[in-house]
Design a protein around this ligand. Structure first.
Ligand code: 3PG
Ligand code: MG
Length: 419
């Protein structure tokens, strides 16, 4: 088990803390502050222990990659590209520092650069809070060259006596601020968010309460095959929904019309179905569908009451018969992992399947099952249906929760002290 802030003395210490404040940002306006809210318990606890100083650091998007893309798009459309304005709108952390200050009701000093801050930190009043500019403005943060990354990690390490990592969402990245820094710190611990994520997700790949049900959806088999393989070890049943289900149905020889398919993954899908059979894991694929002639929010929903889909239609959601099968499986599970929607829930006409799954998982949780929702889209879905509070745990990680569910070791967790 990882050590947390509760296990160490923080009083009069200089704290350097990694958070994941990589929030959706438009024109310098935060669109959803869930990740900031999720770090507050740890920040508030640290401040209650009267540290010498607390320095927070995070990335915000991928400034180098994203700005290159935006520039290329502008060039293509014959528009001028103002890089400074783009960075201010998308990647600068100042609006986050301002928001945090309001939430904490305490001053947050904003450092315009993530480096060169040693003197400014020393000048903070006792218990002062500083937020650094986007760590990815330094190429060294994500540098493949380990010497370069170490150089930045050492600088971050010089900002504190204690390293706290509460950035579960970025724990799958081995970057200067998320993992390498720990090599230069004597004391490195997790925050409460990190602890909670590990507490709920780890058992799902180790020893979950049984029967365990995994609900895996989303567009692509290719991005979920690792998690499917991993959950097969403990699951009694696996619901495969969303766009990826149609690669499986095609692999079984069904007609899928013009539904989403990854032809390169037909063999992978077949192999998974065979493995599930050998392990006695029940697989639930859609047996009926809500289809459309085009991928559009205004498309007319067409129910298809069979596994096979007419040539001109694409599946957009699961049908009622499928949902009836889901119901008995969800309500009899003692633990449930849900990653990925079962339909195009972003379009209201095709949200019913995903909403029903969310309601059933909430009901199962109310009856005592442990439910863990991970991955950006399923989290967006439970938020859309206002059911996040009805789940045992809604992860703040997208890629991180996926990799954790795949059974991988996350560098941002592995680098912390154990108790
Ligand atoms: C995320 O949102 O996935 C995390 O903050 C990590 O960001 P990244 O995928 O850009 O590394
Ligand atoms: Mg990501």
């Amino acid at each position: 088990m990882i050590k947390t802030v509760k296990d160490i003395d923080l009083n009069e210490k200089r704290i350097i803390m990694r958070v994941d404040f990589n929030v959706p940002m438009n024109d310098g306006v935060i669109q959803d502050d869930t990740r900031i809210q999720a770090a507050l318990p740890t920040i508030e606890y640290i401040l209650s222990q009267k540290p010498r100083s607390l320095v927070l650091m995070s990335h915000l998007g991928n400034p180098a990659k994203d700005s290159k893309k935006a520039q290329e798009k502008a060039d293509k459309n014959g528009k001028t590209f103002d890089k400074d304005a783009y960075m201010a709108a998308k990647h600068k952390m100042k609006p986050i520092a301002v928001h945090l200050e309001k939430l904490l009701k305490t001053p947050v000093v904003f450092a315009e650069s993530c480096t060169g801050q040693k003197d400014a930190i020393a000048a903070l009043p006792n218990g002062g809070v500083m937020m650094l500019e986007n760590t990815r403005f330094s190429d060294k943060e994500t540098a493949k060259d380990s010497e370069q990354q170490k150089e930045l990690a050492k600088e971050f390490a010089s900002y504190g006596d204690v390293y706290v990592n509460d950035a579960f969402g970025t724990a799958h990245r081995a970057h200067a601020s998320t993992a390498t820094i720990a090599e230069y710190m004597d004391v490195k611990v997790g925050g409460f968010l990190m602890e909670k994520e590990v507490k709920y997700i780890a058992p799902m790949v180790q020893d979950p309460p049984k029967p365990m049900l995994a609900i895996i959806g989303g567009a692509k088999v290719s991005s979920k095959i690792g998690v499917l393989d991993s959950l097969l070890k403990n699951a009694s049943a696996l619901i495969i929904g969303g766009g990826m289900a149609y690669t499986f149905l095609k692999a079984q020889g069904h007609s899928i019309g013009v539904s989403l398919v990854e032809d390169d993954f037909l063999d992978t899908a077949k192999k998974l179905l065979e493995d599930a059979k050998a392990k006695n894991v029940k697989i639930l694929l859609p047996v009926d569908h809500l289809c459309a002639a085009e991928f559009s929010p205004d498309a007319k929903p067409k129910p298809v009451d069979s596994i096979d889909i007419p040539d001109s239609l694409m599946a957009m959601d699961v049908g009622e018969k499928t949902l009836a099968l889901y119901k008995s499986e969800i309500l009899s599970a003692k633990s449930i992992v849900w990653n990925g929607p079962v339909g195009v829930f972003e379009f209201d006409a095709f949200a019913h399947g995903t909403e029903t799954v969310a309601r059933l998982v909430a009901e199962a949780t109310d009856n005592g099952a442990i439910s863990v929702v991970g991955g950006g889209d399923s989290v967006a879905a439970v938020n859309k249906f206002q059911l996040a509070d009805c789940m045992s745990h809604v992860s703040t990680g997208g890629g991180a929760s996926l990799e954790f569910l795949e059974g991988k070791t996350l560098p941002g967790i592995a680098c912390l002290d154990q108790k």
